[in-house]
Design a protein around this ligand. Sequence first.
Ligand code: PBG
Ligand code: ZN
Length: 339
Amino acid sequence: MSEWNASAERELATPGPLRPRRLRNSAAMRELVAETTVLARQLVMPHFVLPAAKANEPIPSMPGISRTGVDDLLRAVESDHKLGIKSVLLFGTPPAGAKNSTGSSASDREGAVPRAVRALRGAFGGDLVIMTDVCLCAYTDHGHCGVLLDGAVDNDRSLVPLAAMALAHAEAGADLVAPSDMMDGRVGALRSALDADGFTSTGILSYAVKYASAYYGPFRDAADSSPQHGDRRSYQMDSRNSAEAEREVKLDEAEGADMVMVKPALAYLDIIRRVRAVTTLPLAAYNVSGEYSAVKAAAERGWLDEAAIVRENLHAMVRAGADIVITYHARAALAGRWI
Ligand code: PBG
Ligand code: ZN
């Protein structure tokens, strides 16, 4: 049969009730039925802080992101605040020559992070949520996230300097300390230390589900925090595991975490979904450095449309179940109205 047969087409066509395309007919219709929204209030901008007042060092492997001194940080956070970014996560850098085996400069009250926290708190009061990364790797001379005993990271010994670091951040005025070291029991240890010193209202955002990931590469350049020997596989999670994520979240919740995080995000959307189902705590997804840099590199070459990719990725993390997204794309996404 070569002639077009309109009555046959009518007979073969899907009956009326089974036409999902009706809900995609126009942009207005698609807006009406969209299931996911990413709002500025959900985004957290990470910052790398240098122990200086004035400094601005672009990070080559993370185009658009700099390591800044405290004054430059204040200016960046002020302009981000106008875009709607009301939360920051701070990473510190010790002064030159300060690294040692226990990372003792991590709890220095005059260190980059406590100084930055005081300055931000002074400028913004309660209008900014200040989170601080608590980990030793940028402060130890061996680059591991804890302290070593016979060449291996010793869990319980590491809790002491980690708790001291959290206290220095709490004292400076952090809202949430965010332990990223992946030692067992660190949420409980931080909670006891904070409470014992009267910081009962300082919260803990636990990097509960943090995988040993190659996606942290650019961050380690930025923070100068690469392990000098070995890797982090004896404390960070194995990327093949999923049930283990539930165990980690349940433990951290029992130890007193106020929020939990899954990290990285995009290669772990199934984990975000799984964790979402087992906790009612606020859930953060960390869209890490390598995920950022991969998008930036492809966009620079004209291989990907940065705005469209970032929008799609942000929607994916929230659709999977994240309440909060920590992302280096936050500023550009809001400035460019990508979401
Ligand atoms: C420190 C820490 C890392 C990240 C956050 N905190 C690196 C690591 O564990 O090696 C990664 C963040 C990113 O890649 O954006 N423990
Ligand atoms: Zn670390």
